[in-house]
Design a protein around this ligand. Structure first.
Ligand code: NAD
Length: 379
């Protein structure tokens, strides 16, 4: 294991390097297979750092560092006893299963002594990968139920959190959920459950897309049937119901709530003016660019930042690590996201700043408060 921890080296490796972190950047190479990986432990003031393990052929140190910083802010905002980290394994996740298992087991052994990092799943890895890591070193989250895991995508932890954020907006008197029209970009783990939980609150799904296309119905789409169709392997555009729409037009749907839940940069300067929703809930990570957030804010559209409203998954993983069950995890999600959404709305209004800036101020204050308890002298 080769740890690069010198400040100057870190500065050249990671655009995020500052007084918060990274604590450690660890470069790994398997001499036998040639596989390589990087772990960035950004900040551990709140506790050992949790973070996804991304497997992609083009993953870079700086990308991992930026994602690790996002985890620091997300965990601190959710008041979890964890810092932020991320790992990237440079490999094609579509490799044969046995080869993938060998790479993951190598990675697990390579981080055996890096106790400040608790790996979770991310793009290219799943609960089976986390089970292999757990088998090797006994330290990972996002595990299968047989190992005490809470199946957060199956239960819809993140979608539930997004609906709770909508509750907080309603409680602030900014929007009624009964009869609210919802448009969702991306109908996967996050999008399907968001639709379901918002429908429980009286909202209706009027437009939805996946990678293959989009459909809409001003009178409301049948959510349970649509979810069953997706689970059976169908695409939304092939569903017998609703009118076919241009895939990317979902962003500009006539609706009160827009949920981009697919990919980064879905709302940019180019289409932010077309958004008709009053509320944007960022289900995906960075689905709205900073410039677009500013445009939405100026137009009076409330756009709630990703790490405030999509923290359900990370809260669930933390509950799993603490040995808690599903009910406790969902209670924590509700409590945390309701309160953080309220705080962001309040601060953003009081100080006339973008919700993202308000959220950043809250997150940074919490990280710095945790850092103030660190020993300030060396032995
Ligand atoms: P998923 O793979 O289950 O679903 C993604 C959906 O987006 C699919 O329906 C796919 O067809 C669709 N999609 C992809 N590109 C699209 C496009 N250009 N237009 C419309 N639809 C498109 O993934 P997920 O777990 O639902 O995650 C979605 C996003 O939310 C990702 O950015 C993820 O990183 C983020 N996120 C997920 C969680 C979680 O708990 N799963 C938590 C926080 C953030």
């Amino acid at each position: 294991m080769n740890a690069a921890t010198d400040g100057g080296v870190l500065g050249s490796l990671c655009s995020t390097a500052d007084d918060l972190g990274p604590d450690e950047v660890v470069m790994l190479r398997d001499g036998r297979t040639g596989a390589s990986a990087v772990v960035v432990v950004d900040n551990t003031a709140c506790g050992p750092a949790t973070g996804g393990t991304r497997m992609a052929p083009d993953v870079t140190v700086d990308e991992v560092a930026r994602l690790a910083r996002a985890m620091t802010l997300k965990s601190a905002t959710a008041r979890l006893p964890h810092g932020g980290a991320k790992a990237g394994i440079v490999a094609d996740p579509a490799m044969p299963e046995r080869e993938k298992e060998a790479v993951i087991r190598w990675f697990a052994q390579a981080i055996r002594d890096l106790h400040s990092f608790i790996p979770g799943p991310d793009i290219g890895t799943d609960e089976r990968c986390m089970a292999w890591i757990h088998d090797e070193i006994g330290r990972s989250v996002g595990l299968p139920a047989a190992l005490g895991g809470i199946p957060l995508d199956e239960l819809g932890a993140t979608g539930y959190g997004l609906a709770v954020a909508a509750d907080a907006v309603a409680a602030a008197g900014l929007l009624g959920l009964q009869g609210a029209r919802v448009a969702i970009q991306g109908f996967g783990a996050v999008g399907t459950h968001t639709a379901r939980f918002l429908a429980e609150r009286g909202a209706s799904l009027v437009a939805v897309s996946d990678i293959g296309g989009a459909i809409g119905d001003p009178a409301g789409l049948p959510i349970d049937e649509l979810i069953a169709w997706k689970r059976a392997g169908g695409q939304v555009a092939e569903f017998a119901g609703g009118a076919l729409l241009d895939r990317d037009s979902v962003i500009a749907s006539d609706c009160e709530i827009l949920v981009p839940a697919a990919r980064p940069d879905a709302v940019t300067e180019a289409n932010a003016h077309d958004v008709k929703a009053m509320l944007v809930l960022e289900g995906a990570n960075i689905p709205v660019t900073r410039d677009a957030e500013a445009i939405l804010h100026d137009r009076g559209v409330l756009c709630l930042p990703d790490w405030i409203v999509n923290a359900g998954g990370v809260i669930c993983a933390s509950a799993e690590y603490a040995g808690e069950g599903r009910a406790q995890a969902f209670e924590r999600i509700a409590e945390t996201i309701r309160e953080n959404t309220r705080l962001v709305i309040e601060r953003s209004r009081q100080e006339s700043v973008l919700p993202r800036l308000a959220a950043e101020q809250i997150a940074l204050a919490r990280v710095r408060e945790s850092m103030s308890f660190r020993r300030s002298w060396s032995n």
